[in-house]
Design a protein around this ligand. Structure first.
Ligand code: MG
Length: 407
């Protein structure tokens, strides 16, 4: 993949919905819980199920019924974000969707374009993840109406992108090396090792020793303190792609000082919650690599803005993951096919962490002379195949229906 600039992504995004007027009829919100294949431990608790909030915007285009789907990235708790799934559901129900419905009468009851949602976003500035889900649904609806796929719209239709894997703490370094070996045998082109105090130099050394040429990065999820700098410099000898979020998300100055000391590029993830925060972090030298998570950045439009900024400045990007269903993960794969995405992202198919999914699994291929595992970007109108209603009902926790008042 090259790192050429992608002029016009934001302008293209602003054009979504220009093809025709779509009447807004109602919005349905779903909360479901999908089972994890194995428990996921965070610093607060252990999760066996992945709650997911989904937004379904329903409208009509002429006489044709149309709909669009969005998926919220919020998790079961607030370990990574200030919104958990329940809060996102409440924000959508009581603030964002009423805002969309309020907007509709003034706009002749049409579904606004994604680029017209700024007022709703500003009215709920703390609803980053919930807003991203609403924006996804609106974009999906308009793309479906125009018969376009997101991939086609972004100029990446038919592409496949390499798949990277994430490995948490293992029982031993031997067990970790065995896990990496199994992934490498599948064609995984990059591994990301979760690290933290007590689990860093030794496991990284073991994986590097066993796989001298493998692309490896480390993710600390903010677990270190600035006083750990001497220790972290010890990672430099392993030739990592980057160290991700070593310090507290709010400590950009600390990251800038650490980046000045380490040969390993510093990447930020949790610190980056808007295009503005990305520009600020880059200007301060707090990172030289950016992890893209569209929801955390404030949605697909915001993420495209960040892709443009980073491409223009030659800053390598890669795609992160949030234990999405296959629906949102397909959107992430589409973005990862854009120029500027330098390394394989966290794009393992959702069936590697979820026992049940909402959409059919993506097509996987072994590509090129090195046999790297790649995933095809979704095709067809909209963001990808829509969530299956029977599946939603099977895993439903709650749902609600918000209708546009008539008359
Ligand atoms: Mg991360």
């Amino acid at each position: 993949m090259d790192a050429t600039t992608s002029p016009g992504l934001s302008e293209r995004w602003a054009g979504i919905g220009a093809a025709g007027e779509v009447g807004l009829l109602a919005v349905q919100l779903w909360m479901v819980e999908l089972p994890f294949t194995r428990p996921v431990a965070t610093s607060r608790s252990t999760h066996r199920r992945r709650p997911l909030v989904l937004v379904r915007v329903i409208g009509n285009h002429g006489r044709e019924p149309v709909e669009g789907w969005g998926e919220c990235a919020a998790l079961a708790d607030t370990t990574y974000d200030t919104e958990d799934a329940r809060r996102s559901f409440a924000l959508l129900r009581h603030a964002l969707v009423p805002g969309l419905i309020d907007l509709a009468p003034r706009a002749g009851r049409r579904v606004p374009r994604p680029s017209e949602l700024g007022g709703i976003r500003r009215a709920a500035p703390d609803a980053t993840l919930a807003f991203a889900a609403l924006e996804m649904a609106v974009a999906d609806l308009h793309l479906r109406v125009s018969g376009q796929s997101l991939a086609g719209f972004l100029g990446v239709a038919g592409r496949s992108v390499p798949v990277g894997a994430v490995l948490g703490r293992a029982e031993s370094t031997e067990a970790l090396v065995a896990e990496v070996a199994a992934l490498v045998a599948q064609g995984i082109a990059r591994v990301k090792l979760k690290v933290g105090p007590g689990w860093d130099l030794e496991p990284v050394a073991a994986v590097r020793g066993a796989f001298p040429d493998l692309a490896i990065q480390a993710d600390a999820n903010g677990a270190y303190r600035p006083t750990d700098a001497d220790h972290l410099v010890g990672l430099d000898r392993f030739g990592l792609l980057c160290i991700e979020q070593p310090l507290d998300p709010t400590d950009l100055e600390g990251h800038a000082r650490l980046a000045g000391r380490m040969a390993t590029p510093v990447c930020l993830d949790e610190s980056l919650d808007s295009p503005r925060s990305v520009r600020q972090a880059l200007a301060m030298g707090a990172c030289s690599v950016v992890c893209i998570k569209p929801a955390r950045l404030g949605g697909l439009g915001a993420a495209l803005e960040v892709v443009e900024t980073c491409s223009a400045e030659g800053v390598p990007l890669w795609m992160g993951g949030m234990y999405e269903s296959g629906y949102a993960r397909g959107v992430n794969a589409t973005f990862a096919a854009l120029p500027g995405f330098a390394w394989p992202g966290d794009l393992q198919p959702s069936r590697t962490y979820l026992d049940a999914d909402l959409v059919p699994p993506p097509a996987l291929r072994r590509d090129g002379t090195d046999g790297a595992l790649t995933v095809e970007v979704p095709d067809g109108p909209g963001l990808g195949p829509p969530p299956d209603l029977d599946r939603l009902e099977a895993y439903e926790i709650t749902r609600c229906w918000l209708e546009v008042p008539r008359g």
